[in-house]
Write a protein that binds this ligand. Structure first.
Ligand code: HEM
Length: 589
């Protein structure tokens, strides 16, 4: 039997501290993820067993020896980690930031849980400047010059991959969805498939589905206008309607991603659809996907908070504890996926492109991958689009003269007695609509003030890249870099005067000396090769909804509504969530 050396109590305790320092060093060097359960167990439970054996002969009670060995080990490890994180030896030591955030991102979870993360970002940048250390290994940067080196250009090598939070998107053991693909070459290859689905001709084929949904929406709103509502002035929550539309967009997405199918469900049990969709058919009273969305949204709040501690997300996934709503949503999408695959379609929908049905690229798409991408397509566009729609209407209602000018433009192109404003090419060319909405090249006042992905635009330098240069300094690998769009958009250096005010005119003449409008700092859809692939689709939908509602209805805030509540009610859980928008609509024709 091996001889265990006998050490004095003091020597045993010192050895315990030494073990903790070695474990810290190992964590630092190899970045052992807690989701690596065996390594975690060996390092955190196995290593302190050594000092425990040495302590036993010095102690009267084995229980006290265990407690002392493990407690001293954990305290020493924690102190070592904290001291290192706030020491000048840390690679991010030169960046300013609050001490408590340098120590742990756990504190940030509280702020994230309040839904006011963007306010914290604003406070920190106001106090510390344009680069702030917001976590032990995280920086937030508000600097237009730093966007290209971090995000990468459309062509050329990508310096970073999208950050860890996206891991939350995938199902453990499956091929991750497009935004979670951290290997740059794999991402590029898969992105090619997606790009085919958003070309002008592909969108043209999908456009009638959007038009139908817009007509459904305005017809429903038309039933709730004054005085049709029986002479009584009733208000409706337009933000909720935009959200309903977005959930209905699961229908649109059903049409676009998987060539319909929900409509089959609505009509009845044709083709065995009901059996395929199982439990979800129980909630016929409102769109099935709406229920799935509601379940998932609860979980998105959790993801919004946990994204700051990706190791917890990794651990949760490892333990297969996928939240209930997320799991149901995944099951739901999988059933829809199977249905679409077995039934085929006459329309070239997004499924067609992202599963490479036509063989446009020499890529094999496994079911896991196709399924996760379908899930992403359904999930990525809903609340982003509805938040923007609600914001556009809030700002139009707050600025009646802008609304009047917009209506004039819409009516000059689309006289109401003649046609719906559904000519996508014309809509894209209307200057005032696009200044409110989206003005080429890539500008938009509502999206500027309220980008749905307000702060969580993240990147991480590629492994083996040696890091990226940001503002003249080398940022090491494994640093998470935030480029918060909300802060770029409201920065006086890039948008002035009055960066917090809604002034569509700032986009109308970019050479106009009256305004500083820095298009490069406008990043609601991000930039570079991994930017939002669905941008053109989202803008097509938004333009159609806004133009149609402005053409058909007069709008005003409902009596008693205080517009200041708008900003107060904004909540950010990964995507910005809006509060209520009570309005009274009057049919114009
Ligand atoms: C106004 C609406 C929308 C906004 C503001 C928005 C914004 C964003 C942002 C900021 C990103 C992150 C890009 C990055 O990390 O660089 C993103 C990615 C993405 N979005 Fe959107 N999005 C919108 C609508 C849509 C729609 C309708 C779809 C339809 C499928 C979609 C699909 C995606 C996908 C697949 C990605 C990942 C792209 C990649 O990794 O290559 N989005 N979006």
């Amino acid at each position: 039997m091996a001889h265990i050396p006998t050490l004095s109590l003091k020597e045993s305790l010192l050895f315990d501290v030494f073990c903790a320092l070695v474990v810290h060093k190992i964590y630092n060097k190899y970045e052992v993820e807690p989701a690596n359960l065996i390594a975690t167990f060996l390092l955190l439970a196995g290593v302190p067993a050594l000092p425990y054996y040495l302590l036993v002969p010095c102690m009267e009670s084995t229980v006290v020896a265990v407690l002392l060995a493990y407690a001293l080990f954990y305290v020493s490890l924690a102190v070592s980690v904290i001291l290192y994180r706030i020491s000048p030896m840390h690679p991010l030591a030169m960046y300013p930031g609050p001490l408590y955030l340098k120590i742990s991102k756990l504190f940030w979870m509280y702020h994230a849980s309040t839904g006011k993360q963007y306010v914290l970002f604003t406070r920190l940048h106001d106090k510390y400047g344009f680069v702030v250390r917001i976590g032990p290994n995280e920086l937030s940067i508000v600097d237009v010059e730093s966007i290209p080196p971090i995000i990468g250009l459309r062509k050329g090598p990508l310096p970073t991959h999208s950050a860890l939070v996206w891991i939350a998107h995938g199902i453990p053991g499956t091929i991750p969805s497009l935004p979670a693909a951290r290997d740059v070459d794999v991402h590029d290859q898969r992105r090619k498939l997606w790009n085919h689905g958003f070309t002008t001709s592909a969108l043209k084929e999908l456009q009638p589905a959007v038009e139908n949904r817009v007509l459904e929406l305005v017809d429903e709103l038309g039933k709730r206008t004054f005085p049709k509502s029986g002479g009584r002035e009733i208000s409706l929550d337009l933000a909720l309607w935009m959200s309903n539309f977005a959930m209905d967009r699961y229908d649109v997405m059903g049409d676009m991603v998987l060539s319909g199918g929900f409509s089959l469900v609505r009509k009845g049990d044709e083709g065995g659809t009901r059996a395929l969709l199982g439990d979800f058919v129980e909630c016929d009273s409102f769109p099935l996907h709406g229920e799935a969305y509601r379940l998932t949204y609860k979980d998105l709040r959790v993801v919004g908070v946990l994204q700051h501690t990706p190791w917890i997300i990794g651990l949760i996934h490892k333990l297969a504890a996928v939240p209930e709503g997320m799991r149901k949503f995944q099951e739901f999408a999988f059933q829809r996926y199977k249905m679409r695959r077995s039934q085929g379609t006459a329309t070239r929908d997004l499924f067609h492109y992202i599963t490479n049905e036509e063989g446009l690229e020499k890529i094999e798409v496994p079911t896991d991958q196709g399924m996760n991408d379908v899930l992403t397509a359904i999930g990525a566009g809903a609340d982003t689009t509805s938040t923007v729609l609600a914001a556009v209407f809030f700002y139009l209602l707050s600025n009646p003269s802008v609304c009047m000018r917009l209506r004039k433009e819409v009516e000059s192109e689309f006289p109401v007695e003649e046609r719906e404003p559904f000519d996508a090419v014309k809509l894209a060319r209307m200057p005032y609509l696009n200044a409110v909405m989206q003005y080429p090249p890539l500008s938009n006042e509502a999206l500027r003030l309220q980008p749905p992905v307000a702060t969580s635009l993240q990147r991480c330098p590629l492994e083996g890249s040696g890091g990226v240069i940001v503002a003249g300094r080398l940022v090491p690998e494994s640093t998470i870099l935030y480029l918060p769009p909300y802060l770029h958009h409201r920065d006086e250096r890039y948008f002035s005067p009055s960066p917090d005010s809604f002034i569509p005119e700032r986009w109308l003449d970019l050479d106009n000396k009256k305004f500083t409008t820095n298009v490069a700092a406008f990043i609601p859809f991000s930039a570079g090769r991994a930017n939002c692939v669905g941008k053109s689709l989202a803008l097509m939908e938004i333009r159609m909804v806004v133009a149609t509602i402005v053409q058909r209805f007069d709008m005003e805030f409902a009596e008693g509504y205080d517009p200041h509540k708008w900003e107060e009610d904004l909540q950010e859980f990964f995507v910005m969530k809006v509060g209520k928008l009570p309005v009274v609509l009057r049919a114009r024709h």
